[in-house]
Ligand binder design. Sequence first.
Ligand SMILES: Nc1ncnc2c1ncn2[C@@H]1O[C@H](COP(=O)(O)OP(=O)(O)O)[C@@H](O)[C@H]1O
Ligand SMILES: O=P(O)(O)OC[C@H](O)CO
Length: 481
Amino acid sequence: MDALLALDQGTSSSRALVFDRAGRLLASAQRELTQHFPQPGWVEHDAAEIWAGQVACAREALAQARGRVAAIGITNQRETTVLWDRSTGEPLHKALVWQDRRTADFCEQLKQQGLEPRVRALTGLVLDPYFSATKLRWLLDHVDGARERAERGELAFGTVDSWLLWKLTDGKVHATDISNASRTLLFDIHAGEWSDELLGLFGIPRALLPEVRPSAGGFGQAVEFGVPICGIAGDQQAALFGQAALQPGQAKNTYGTGCFLLMHTGAQARASAHGLVTTRTADGGFALEGSVFVGGAVVQWLRDGLGLIRSSAEVQALAGSVPDSGGVMLVPAFAGLGAPHWRSDARGAIVGLTRGSGRGHIARAAVESIAFQSAELLQAMQADGAALTELRVDGGASANDLLMQFQADLLGLPVLRPQITETTALGAALLAGIGAGLFASADEVGTIWQLDRAFEPRMSRDEAHTRMAQWGRAVRQVLAE
Ligand SMILES: Nc1ncnc2c1ncn2[C@@H]1O[C@H](COP(=O)(O)OP(=O)(O)O)[C@@H](O)[C@H]1O
Ligand SMILES: O=P(O)(O)OC[C@H](O)CO
């Protein structure tokens, strides 16, 4: 059987999924990943735990599938920065997660020096701690001896895809793909190569860097499984691919830990004048992207921080226990605000509380905050001239019907949820299928996409504008702090 194994290493968990070539799910396994918060605004993962959890999932899913797997595709939380020793394969420090804000001051200094326009022109990104370059610099500056060892070629840098690839190939392959490279702030997205100018600007020795390859193609052999790795993409670009959003103007939003709205812009890079970034897609094209740092994670906070619910799925019933949020607005700027505001200093707030506000209102405000933030991204895309007619959705929180309906209401657009909401993993599996030569071209992906449910807008546009204006006021309060 020509099955495909996707390794989906996300922020909250690691997953392994086996699909057949028609995109049907045959087996899956999952492990939660420990989140480390050593200081306010700092977020770390243990790279050894990432590897151990991911390989355990792969073994479990392969045992369930009991079939022959033709190829492996890797997809991953992007930007998260791992530094390891090439001879021992040991990480030198915990991985600095994309949500980590410790390099905010350094980014600010670079902005003060007027460097942002040049960085933006080369990378399509903004100077924000979100991206890898300043995290890698922090590691080189704070781990004893790291910079000297890096210059001697003893260390390797990678985003999580490179780290997993290195481990899977027993240290034989140090590579990444173009979609992950384009999230580092070190990659010239137009030339399609690492930029010496940016390496100089951030003080990063070239000897640390992985080789950049196309997203579908050969990445070496996974030694333990005896299977070739034939696809790699950052999780949001993999989701865009798995949603078969391959034509200019097609867009998807993924509701995971964060929310990531990407619109394909074809073979042309388009720059945003409204706070979005430009990034490379898995099919070698370009996309406009808006990234929200806290999406589904606000529901995790209701669960773990407030103890309002016992599982994420329970939020729908609690939020649905009230007709609306009763004027309560929750701005989950727990890790600053990403697009379109880019304010790493912002912190969260709940506003509009009255004596009548209860658990239901707070839960509803939390769920609505996910849709409000996503709607701001879509507004930014529209302001940049995009004419969207529908939005494809996926990710853990897209299971929430109340959220999806509210999203359609705010946007005034149909929200289309596919039958497979594990679109990220599906995208990685399909890329591996293309890389392994099982599919002739990316066009075959379009035939696999199947609709589960379309959420049509029900709210009047007046009401939607009023709600967006209320949200805008709450955000301004947070930004004014
Ligand atoms: N029914 C739900 N309603 C809202 N949020 C949910 C629901 N189910 C899961 N989530 C949230 O979705 C996120 C998990 O989605 P997932 O796609 O697995 O994330 P990731 O890829 O970032 O690890 C968690 O933050 C969780 O709180
Ligand atoms: O792990 P996710 O699904 O929240 O995705 C993380 C993003 O890739 C960060 O840019």
